[in-house]
Design a protein. Structure first.
Length: 247
């Protein structure tokens, strides 16, 4: 049946950067300045969760490795496209272990905080951005912001990224195909449904896209390293990142 799962390589190519909602400010205003934003997200500013979020915002705003680059922080807050590329670039520059933590966190959010139709959306980044801070537990929020700090610090690096070789991509695609099959239970109906989705993902019904997103996420997280990290880099990658071939 593995030969029938041709869209495994398409699953690597078709992706949206997995960027979670960003709430950090460009400066460090008093906590009361965040009350409206917190309320709009369903979080009581006077609650323990509200105070936790404000404390993280203050911590990030005071981090010299992040707040010291005014131009970078302006791009982060004022330009959605630049923000997506900046965060994707930071995710690519994380260590493999930290990158895995981030994607595993997104997978947990998909499994526990997202309805079966993904809010009626079909794009992964749109779905992730609909997950509100109010829906997260305090431990989720701590985990999210601790990883976000590392992403923002990594995005400040000027180091040139290496690029996996063609052989590494081929090995990762092969490993992903079999991980997808295991996740689909080797059932013809599941394989056919996933294949149909990958042939026209932008035309899929939200419930089918949502199901396929979860299948893809579970399959990738179940892959062995180093093949898994090659796929993770594609999932979070930015086409504008600075790279050099890895011969």
């Amino acid at each position: 049946m593995s030969a029938t799962l041709r869209p495994a390589e398409a699953a690597i190519r078709y992706h949206a950067p997995l960027i979670a909602p960003l709430t950090t400010p460009a400066s460090n205003p008093p906590p009361s300045a965040h009350d409206d934003t917190l309320s709009e997200n369903g979080v009581d500013p006077s609650s323990d969760k509200g105070r936790l979020i404000v404390a993280w915002i203050a911590r990030i705003s005071a981090d010299p490795a992040i707040a010291g680059d005014v131009q970078r922080m302006s791009r982060l807050h004022l330009n959605p496209g630049a923000r997506t590329q900046l965060l994707s670039d930071g995710l690519e520059r994380l260590s493999p272990a930290m990158r895995l933590q981030y994607v595993a966190m997104i997978g947990t959010f998909l499994d526990t905080l997202v309805p079966s139709d993904c809010f009626g959306l079909t794009d992964m980044s749109d779905v992730v951005n609909r997950v509100s801070m109010n829906a997260m537990s305090e431990s989720d929020i701590d985990r999210y912001f601790s990883i976000l700090v590392e992403i923002l610090r990594a995005s400040a690096s000027d180091a040139t990224l290496d690029t996996p070789t063609d052989q590494q991509y081929a090995q990762a695609e092969h490993s992903l195909r079999f991980s997808l099959l295991r996740e689909l239970g080797y059932l013809h109906a599941n394989v056919a449904r996933y294949t149909s989705y990958m042939q026209a993902p932008r035309k899929a019904a939200p419930v089918d896209a949502c199901w396929a997103m979860r299948v893809m996420m579970h399959a990738v997280l179940a892959m062995p390293d180093p093949e898994r990290d090659v796929v993770l880099r594609k999932l979070v990658g930015s086409p504008g990142a600075r790279r050099e071939p890895n011969e």
